[in-house]
Design a protein around this ligand. Structure first.
Ligand code: COA
Ligand code: AMP
Length: 639
């Protein structure tokens, strides 16, 4: 790492050579009810734990600590909702009061330490209150993104086995009001697990029908609730479970603990994002994703910042100037979003004319993550905003950035297309298929040497074996990220693509395997494949190729419509599944493996190699033809 200097280099070296010393110093920034016995507990390696024996409460550190230290009148959360025409500012004191009371309401319903609570809510302050209230009493929240359909919600309910679900009467997508309660009712019907009860926030835009004896209105639950104190929790107690897409239809329950998470997130705000207490941070994401958990809710509050909760879109609410209006109105210092949001803005306002209408003097940095960032988007944002544009790479599993240009340590030159350098605490390597380190500049599997730093997943929910199998077994001693890329001669990491069947649609991680399961369940489908194809706005889009059962004579347009509807109904609108073609057969190897990567290359008009093991090379031409009919597969060449 020849060009990396000063604070960054020192922190990196220290975290590498003396992780226990490094992280115990970072932990001093928080309030511990009891100090830890061990900083890093390797007694069950490769299952590592941080700060064992310590007692801490995340909610106390995110709210009460700041109130007690004189930050009570500062805004903790600013809810800005162009879709309802609302701006609400909650100080640390007010947010603590709301959270303590709602925690009391949960406790009154019998929710206690270790109980799971599923939260299926839109971007309203009550979603944040519900998360922090769970943290306060030691209940384990599992937030499910509102764009997921009842089947997906049901899968998560069956895995987490919650005692309670918290929801709202509706979400608002641009001009559309989307009733959530019927989706929840359907999910509860589909799930085998029986929840004890539901608390439902009635929003003025839609009224939810409640099931007597099971459902309680948010306001009713609060009516007689007394504020609950912060529970005394083990640092290693679970704070939340967040489900993410794997290669199959079964989502993976990423577990986060209290202690290590609070330590890592609080430090990341200063070291990576360069934020100080009192600064205004805006992660334009959704609380249903990891970015929302970490950088709308926990990290800004742990660091004493003001966090923006934005219920709107980058475009259409009302226009492509929405982000600039929010930045100028709330004096936002750092904005964090997905490249897709910028591509959407750029598409509608290519000259950046709307940017000039707002005073953006407060903004000092734009952070991008969630998907590979194309250099064009970086250049456009840099030119139009005049601030550093920082791409950084992480995933639900890690909970905070793995590779970044640490603005609070030593800002490094930006190389568009690279997320910069490994964050202190992460030992990032690139290995070949045999497990050997590849030379600089050569592509391979990106892995992280164990142990992972605090804040990352200790395991999957009630599934140690699944954790081992998915992440630890491929290269013993390393965590498999599932991404491929390379490290250049300056130590910059370039994350290029996934090595599995996970795709990234508008910064949302989705499983093609899950979509294949839905298509394959259609009575007329014999077999199918779903691949991710390049899209200039959303980065990738799913595309289905379906082989029908012999004798099916139904009109194809009708069938195609049904297939599209099925994915929307089973997975959700967020899958953006619109393209599907009926083909005579799928290209396969002689052993029967479907050649998805080759089909992807054909769809994206990339050069591809005809695998020597292919069963019948003519299938590739047939697939290319079907893809061309959908507007994909240009003049790709095979080698
Ligand atoms: N509840 C219900 N439905 C939802 C939803 C929610 N919380 N979020 C999205 N949807 C629906 C949308 O309404 C849309 O439905 P449609 O097919 O009926 O139009 C569908 O899911 C796809 O949503 P989205 O990906 O948001 O696409 P869009 O066309 O509405 O908007 C962008 C395009 C680029 C503006 C949008 O994708 C975007 O803001 N991307 C940034 C993503 C981001 O911030 N990711 C966070 C990761 S860091
Ligand atoms: P998620 O778990 O939904 O946050 O998705 C994580 C995945 O998104 C990573 O494994 C990458 O494939 C991709 N990703 C996230 N950030 C970046 C980035 N900055 N550059 C490239 N890919 C990214």
């Amino acid at each position: 790492m020849n060009t990396l200097v000063n604070a960054y280099r020192d922190a990196y070296r220290r975290a590498h050579e003396d992780p226990e010393g490094f992280w115990s110093e970072r932990a001093e920034a928080l309030h511990w009810e009891r100090r830890w016995d061990r900083v890093l507990d390797a007694s069950r390696a490769p299952f590592y734990r941080w700060f064992t024996g310590g007692r801490i409460n995340t909610c106390y550190n995110a709210l009460d600590r700041h109130v007690e230290q004189g930050r009570g009148e500062q805004a903790a959360l600013i809810y800005d909702s162009p879709v309802t025409g609302t701006v609400v500012r909650l100080t640390y004191r007010e947010l603590r009061e709301h959270v303590a009371r709602f925690a009391g309401a949960l406790a009154a319903q019998g929710v206690g330490r270790g109980d799971r609570v599923v939260i299926y809510m839109p971007m309203v302050p009550e979603a944040v209150v519900a998360m922090l209230a769970c943290a306060r009493i030691g209940a384990v929240h599992s937030v499910v993104f509102g764009g997921f359909a009842p089947h997906e919600l049901a899968k998560r309910i069956d895995d987490a086995c919650p005692v309670m679900v918290i929801s709202a009467s509706c979400g608002i997508e641009g001009q559309r009001v989307i009733p959530y309660k019927p989706l929840l009712d359907e999910a509860l019907k589909l799930a085998s697990h029986e929840v004890g009860g539901c608390i439902v926030l009635q929003r003025p835009q839609a009224s939810a029908a409640l099931t007597p004896g099971r459902d309680l209105e948010w306001s009713e639950a609060l009516a007689s609730a007394a504020p609950a104190p912060c529970a005394s929790l083990e640092a290693t107690d679970p704070l939340y479970i967040l489900y993410t897409s794997g290669t199959t239809g079964k989502p993976k329950g990423v577990v986060r603990d209290h202690g290590g998470h609070a330590v890592a997130l609080a430090w990341s705000m200063e070291a990576i994002y360069g934020m100080r207490p009192g600064d205004v941070f805006w992660a334009a994401s959704d609380v249903g994703w990891v970015v929302g958990h970490s950088y709308i809710v926990y990290a800004p509050l742990l660091a004493g910042c003001t966090s923006i909760l934005y219920e709107g879109k980058p475009v259409g609410t009302p226009d492509a100037g929405a982000f600039w209006r929010v930045v100028s109105q709330h004096r936002v210092n750092a904005l964090f979003t997905a490249p897709t949001a910028f591509r959407a803005i750029k598409k509608e306002d290519p000259a950046g004319a709307l940017i000039g209408r707002y005073d953006l003097a407060s903004l000092n940095t734009l952070f991008l993550a969630g998907e590979r960032c194309d250099p064009d988007t970086v250049h456009w944002a840099e030119e139009k905003l005049g601030v550093p544009v920082i791409d950084h790479w992480w995933q639900t599993e890690t909970g905070w950035p793995i590779v970044a240009n640490c603005r609070g340590l030593t800002p490094l030159p930006v190389k568009p297309g690279s997320a910069s350098v490994p964050v202190p605490g992460y030992d990032v390597r690139v290995l070949d298929a045999a497990g050997a380190a590849v030379p600089a500049g050569q592509i391979g599997n990106i892995v992280i040497r164990l142990p992972l730093p605090p804040g990352t997943l200790p395991t999957l929910w009630r599934n140690d074996e699944g954790y081992r199998e998915s992440y630890l077994s491929r290269y013993p001693g390393y965590y498999l990220t599932g991404d491929a890329g390379f490290i250049d001669g300056d130590g910059y990491v370039w994350v290029m693509s996934r090595i599995d069947d996970v795709i990234n649609v508008a910064g949302h991680r989705l499983s093609t395997g899950a979509m294949e399961e839905v298509l394959a369940a259609h009575p007329d489908v014999a077999e199918c494949a779903v691949i991710g194809v390049a899209d200039s706005l959303k980065g990738q889009l799913p595309l289905g190729l379906v082989v029908l059962k012999a004798g099916v004579t139904r009109p194809h347009p009708e069938l195609l419509r049904e297939l599209v509807d099925r994915v929307r109904e089973h997975i959700g609108a967020i899958a953006a599944f619109r393209h599907v073609a009926i083909v005579a057969r799928l290209p396969k190897t002689r052993s029967g493996k479907v050649l998805r990567a080759t089909m992807r290359a054909i769809a994206d008009s990339n050069e591809y190699t005809v695998p020597p093991t292919i069963d019948d090379p003519r299938t590739l031409e047939e697939i290319a033809e079907a893809l061309r009919a959908l507007g994909y597969a240009g003049p790709a060449t095979s080698r």
